[in-house]
Design a protein around this ligand. Structure first.
Ligand code: IPE
Ligand code: IPE
Ligand code: MG
Length: 263
């Protein structure tokens, strides 16, 4: 997309406009992945039940999906529910699933309007038929869209994904000496997608919580104290600007200006 697309949606003179104008559109992260954390703490600060934090977090999802699409991000991945999250009280899990279904039903028109393709990464096995049905509708209705790819990580675990890929490699009968990183990557849920350039985690926790373990090998990590229900376009722009100041070396060394000039 472009600065114009983004500015069309930002109140003129707002701090968001100042941030948007600083973005280098030639150097956007192709893939942004977000660990949406802190809903429970947001609710606790307000003496509300945890589920109210999840409910409020939906507004952040809406804002970030649209902001990312307008910004011109190719792939956005949101961590919505981990395999480990089944350990939570049944009522909370069930509310999270209900909110997800509601989000998909209400936001499908927005996804279509912005040419967004919806995709799910994670294990389908444990998900209930009504959730699977809603996901299937979202996937089918947006499958021909050519804009941003929007992955929801649901019942997702990074280690489980790697084990599943290893099993598929064995089942496919691929000779061991032909299995390399590229071919293995094609067996993951994210086959064909670029690895995340930028990994964002909200609520200040300095851990990856089993998220995209293979894919984040060289991602730039940006952690904010902001709790997920308070996360908005402004924070996404801040993260992108911080990313654009990073020096990505991939294990190499930064070429010195002298060497660059010498050719
Ligand atoms: C993130 O918020 C939402 C999910 C993990 C589904 P949390 O529910 O983890 O909120 P905190 O971390 O307890 O504050
Ligand atoms: C990570 O958050 C999972 C999601 C955002 C879906 P958690 O709240 O589950 O992570 P931990 O338990 O703090 O590591
Ligand atoms: Mg949490």
């Amino acid at each position: 997309m472009s600065l114009e697309q983004l500015l069309a949606w930002i109140p003129p003179g707002s701090p968001d406009e100042t941030l948007a104008r600083q973005v280098n559109f030639e150097q956007l992260p192709a893939h942004v992945a977000i660990i949406m954390d802190g809903n429970g703490r947001w609710a606790a600060q307000r003496h509300l039940p945890r589920v109210e934090g999840h409910r409020a977090g939906i507004e952040s999802v809406r804002d970030v999906v649209e902001s990312s699409a307008r910004l011109g991000i190719d792939v956005l991945t949101l961590y919505a529910f981990s395999i480990e999250n089944w350990k939570r009280p049944r009522a909370e899990v069930s509310m999270l699933m209900t909110l997800l279904k509601r989000y998909l039903r209400l936001e499908l028109s927005t996804l279509l309007k912005h040419n967004i393709r919806f995709h799910v990464i994670g294990r389908k096995d444990e998900l209930s038929p009504d959730v699977l049905n809603e996901l299937e509708i979202g996937i089918r209705q947006t499958e021909h869209n050519s804009g941003m790819l929007f992955n929801i990580a649901l019942n997702y675990g990074g280690r489980a994904e790697i084990v599943e890929a290893a099993r598929r490699a064995i089942a496919s009968g691929i000779p061991a000496d032909e299995l390399d990183e590229r071919r293995f990557g094609d067996l993951l849920y994210t086959a064909g997608q670029p690895d995340p350039d930028l990994l964002i985690r909200t609520s200040g926790e300095m851990r990856v919580s089993n998220f995209l373990l293979w894919q984040i090998a060289y991602s730039e990590i940006w952690v904010t104290e902001t709790l997920w229900p308070d996360f908005r376009r402004r924070h996404l722009l801040e993260a992108v600007l911080a990313y654009q100041k990073r020096d990505r070396r991939y294990g190499g060394i930064k070429p010195s200006p002298v060497a660059l000039g010498a050719k």
